[in-house]
Structure formats: C-alpha cells, structure tokens
Design a protein around this ligand. Structure first.
Ligand code: GLN
Length: 538
C-alpha cells in the first residue's frame, strides 16, 4: 500500500454500548485539532445492506449523509464532532460486503474459483477499509468495527483487521480495544478479568491491541492499570482510563488528559501539523455548562421510549442551546397518548413544541392535535419531515375545512390528499434506499422566518421521505395564511411551510438535524429556541 495514510481500528469487548463511536469521534477530534485530516468509518456486522429498513427501535435513528446514504447513527457523532461530511463509503455492513461479492461472482469475476469467506469476503472488507484513504486526502482513517469481539458475525471483520496489519505495514496500523472494567460493589473492586478475556479473544484471532481504552465508573488505580498491561500485553502508558462523562462532548478533553492522542501519534510515528487547538471546543463546552436561561421543549413522536431514535434532534438542541446559552429541557412525549381531552395537560407547560419525523399511522392523530394546539395558542412550533406534513394536514382540515384531508401514507383514499406520493415514487416497488434521500437545494422566501434564521436565501438540506406537499393545494392553503417559504428550485416542491400571524411556526420537509454540529449549530434550531425563550417571557 503506497499511500501515507495511517489506519486506526477500534474494536469493542465485554459488552456492546460502550460508546466506541464517541471514542472514535473524540480521538478523531483530537487528531484534527492537531492539524491532521481525519475521517471515520463504521463497519457493521449485520446483514441488512444499510439500516434504512430498520425500525428505530432496532437500531436507533437512521442517519443520512449528504450523498443520501442511510447509515448508522454513529456517523452522526463523527460529523458532529469533526464538522466534516461523511458519505456512503463511511458505513459498510456485512450485507453490503456479501452483496458486492455475490454480484461479482455472478459477473464471473472469480471465474473458476470457489468463492469463500477467506479470501473473498475479507478482501472485499479490506478494499472497503482502504477506500477512503486511497487518494491521500486523509492523514488518518479511523475504522470502528461494530459489535463485540467474539460475536460470530464480526469474525470476518476481525480477520480482515488482522490481515490489514500486513498490508499496511508497521507504523501505519493501530488497534485500539475499547473495553469495560466493571466495579463489583460487594467486593468494592474493579475487575479486570472480562477485559483479559476479551483481549485473549482478540489474540486468538491474531490481533494484539496496541491501546486499551477502559470504560469505568471509578478511576483506575495504578495496580489495576499494571495488571491490565501485564495480562493484556500492552504498554502501561497505553492503558487509557475512560471515566463516565457528564456529556459526550467532554470525552475529547478527557481523552486528551489521558494522552490518548499522544500515544496514537507516537505509535503511528505521526507528528502534529499544528499545535493542539481546542479553543472553539472549550468555548462551546463553557457555554453548554453555564447557561443563563432555560426553556422547556416537548418532542412529540412515536418512538419516544428509545431516545436514540431521535439522536440527531436531541444533539441539535444541545448545539443550538449552547449557542444561545440556554439549557433546553427536552421532554419526549408519545403522540399516541395525546388526544382532544388531555392535550392541555400534556402540552400546556411547554415553551416550544417539536413534532418529530416518523412513518405510519400510529400516533398520527395525536400529532394533529398537537399542531392544532401550537397553532391556535401561538406556541413556537417546529415540524420536521412528518412533522411538517402534519402541519399542512392540520391546516387543511381545521382552517380550510377540508374534512378528512390527509397524507396518502395514512389514508390512501383521502378525498383531499394534501400530502401525496410523487409520480417517481409510485413506480418504486422496493423499500431499501428508495426514498428521496440526501442533500437538495432549497430557495427561501425573502423575509420569511426561515430566511431570517439562515441569513441567506439559498440553502441545502438533507431529505429522507417518500411523500411530499401536494402543489395542487398550494393556492388554497396560501389564501388562508399558510406560507410556502422554501421551495426546491428545480421541481417547485414545497420544502418549508410557515404560518402568518404566528410568532414562530416552521415546518420543514427536510431533516435539519443531520447537519447540526458542535461548531455549526443548525440555525432553525437556534431560532426555535429563541422563540421558545420569548414565548416564556410573555
Ligand atoms: N413518512 C413520511 C414520508 O415518508 C415522513 C418521513 C419522515 O418523517 N422522515 O414522507
């Protein structure tokens, strides 16, 4: 391999949900803060081609990239931390690997050969490992391997990591193993055995981790670190403590304190391109932790029992809240539980209301009730994707008097399909990867709430939906005070709706939450929070 790109692989042991994505993003941030160009990719060991067809309860939010890939939510962390866009190449599943290999086999690319896990699947995995590093754009490519060491499903990935050491050569390759050091209350002891076992499993697979990052609820005493170093065959200074953090955004600084970045640089024989600069990051943390005011916002959706389903929205509130030094107390409320009898008790305390993206009929009427309440009571309202569609339907039903107006998603036979499938979508018979996905341009109406928020009239935002505003109803809706304040310049599709005579009512067909980062809070979220603050004052 001729490229000078360095490769860092991050594996996980003992249990899932240790936060490999956050560790990867934090390390990426530290290296980036030293002037190095970094990208992070995730390899997921499941058989779906991508997570686009998964219920959020299975896997949390489906994140969407600029180029329209439906990906794991960890890519959201990578973008939020690094402020650099990811793409289809940054998230690869076992399903995609097999699909590629089988497609090649059918084309005859392996003619005469028996196609096997080793070398054909592992070769395909490796070529995907190296893809982003090939053109020399990145100094460092960090690869997170999903799942846990020892899982049957991740075996080919682990084997490919083992082989990669030899492709890349010494000094270009590093394995960081993220593990858990549990604390046994009864024994008052931190236990290293699970980590010893998971490292043993890696060693059996031919991989010697270079650095151990140890998740722990208590500081690791020197003797525990020594034991880990001894039994796991790593240098003492490469046993890194990762204490539970108050916020995920503290983790880069905690990792810096533990010198994770220095260990990585020295093992990879890399030098900083500039002195470590985390000033913007620290400034963000300062504002995040010292709010001067607070607001109460309700997120109304149907997947509320798993907050990861709304990961990017929740993080967008963190970024935007910090921008205006406001603590956002976010309550997730199930729309299924909202009806015409109880909406006042459910929603009455909120300074602002967000109706979330979603699919299907469940909880839909509760969302209609929520929008009606926000519209009539002039509560700041932010509708995202399905939330925007609900806003249009509510307006059609309750202001225009089009009884039974609906989206054809909820009622295919509605007399007033104010939200409907576009012609192109009608021909599609496959579910995977066929929504309107990725970044599209949008022109904003001068003077609208949206244009004020963005401070410009040409924007690009990411989409993920099948149904659209039906322009047959545009004139009727506008005649009663709905404003179509954002339109796709090519197709004329309405992407943003607002209401006249409302302090802040904005519904967007796209997903602004995917582009919010620590250093670039999303402007609509910022203005929504400000409107909620103003609403509170009155
Ligand atoms: N279900 C709606 C559609 O497909 C909205 C999707 C969403 O909220 N992401 O158009």
């Amino acid at each position: 391999m001729a490229s000078s790109t360095k490769y860092i692989f991050i594996t996980g042991g003992v249990t899932s949900s240790l936060g490999k994505g956050i560790i990867a993003a934090s390390l990426g941030k530290l290296l980036q803060a030293r002037g190095l160009s970094v990208t992070i990719q995730k390899f997921d060991p499941y058989l779906n081609i991508d997570p686009g067809t998964l219920n959020p309860y299975e896997h949390g939010e489906c994140y969407v990239t600029e180029d329209g890939a439906e990906t794991d939510l960890d890519l959201g962390h990578y973008e939020r931390f690094l402020n650099v866009a990811t793409s289809q190449s940054n998230n690869i599943t076992t399903g995609r690997i097999y699909n590629n290999v089988i497609t090649k086999e059918r084309k005859g690319e392996f003619l005469g050969k028996t196609v096997q896990v080793i070398p054909h699947i592992t070769d395909e995995i490796k070529s995907n490992f190296y893809k982003l590093g090939q053109d020399g754009k990145y100094d460092v490519v960090i690869t997170e391997i999903g799942g846990c060491v020892g899982d049957i499903e991740s075996l080919p990935f682990i084997e490919a990591v083992r082989q990669a050491r030899w492709d890349l050569g010494p000094g270009n390759f590093l394995v960081i193993h993220l593990t858990l050091i549990p604390y046994l209350k009864a024994a008052k002891e931190l236990k290293t055995k699970p980590t010893q076992h998971s490292v043993k499993q890696l060693l059996e697979a031919g991989i010697q981790p270079d650095i151990l990052v140890c998740r722990t609820e208590h500081p690791l005493p020197a003797e525990v670190k020594k034991k880990l170093a001894l039994f796991c065959n790593v240098q003492l200074n490469s046993v890194i403590e990762a204490m539970d953090a108050e916020s995920i955004y503290d983790v880069p600084l905690l990792m810096k304190k533990e010198k994770l970045d220095e260990r990585v640089l020295s093992k990879l024989k890399l030098t900083s391109k500039s002195p470590l600069d985390l000033e913007n990051w620290k400034d963000f943390l300062g504002r995040l932790k010292n709010p001067t005011q607070e607001v109460h916002i309700g997120l109304i959706g149907k997947y509320v029992s798993l907050p990861d389903s709304y990961k990017s929205i929740i993080e967008s509130f963190t970024h935007a809240g910090a921008a205006v030094e406001c603590k956002v107390n976010l309550t997730l409320i199930s729309s299924e539980e909202i009806n015409s009898d109880n909406y006042q008790t459910k929603l009455g305390d909120l300074d602002g209301i967000l109706v979330a993206p979603g699919f299907g009929e469940r909880g839909f009427e509760g969302k209609i009730q929520t929008v009606k309440y926000a519209r009539e009571n002039k509560v700041p309202f932010f509708g995202i994707c399905l939330g925007m569609q609900v806003a249009v339907i509510e307006f059609a039903r309750n202001v225009l008097g089009l009884q039974g107006a609906n989206s054809t998603e909820m009622d295919p036979n509605t007399a007033f399909p104010v939200i409907a499938l576009m012609e192109e979508q009608k021909k599609i018979d496959q579910m995977g990867g066929t929504m309107r996905l990725g970044s599209y341009a949008c022109d904003l109406k001068k003077g609208s709430k949206a244009a004020v928020a963005y401070g410009k009239t040409k924007i690009q935002e990411r989409h993920r939906h099948r149904y659209e505003f039906n322009n047959d109803y545009l004139d009727q809706l506008e005649s009663k005070g709905l404003i179509a304040s954002g339109k796709n310049p090519e197709t004329g599709l309405v992407e943003i709706v607002e209401h006249k005579n409302h302090p802040w009512f904005v519904g967007v067909q796209f997903h602004p939450e995917y582009k919010s980062t620590v250093l670039n809070p999303q402007p609509l979220f910022v203005k929504f929070i400000q409107a909620a603050i103003d609403n509170k004052k009155v």
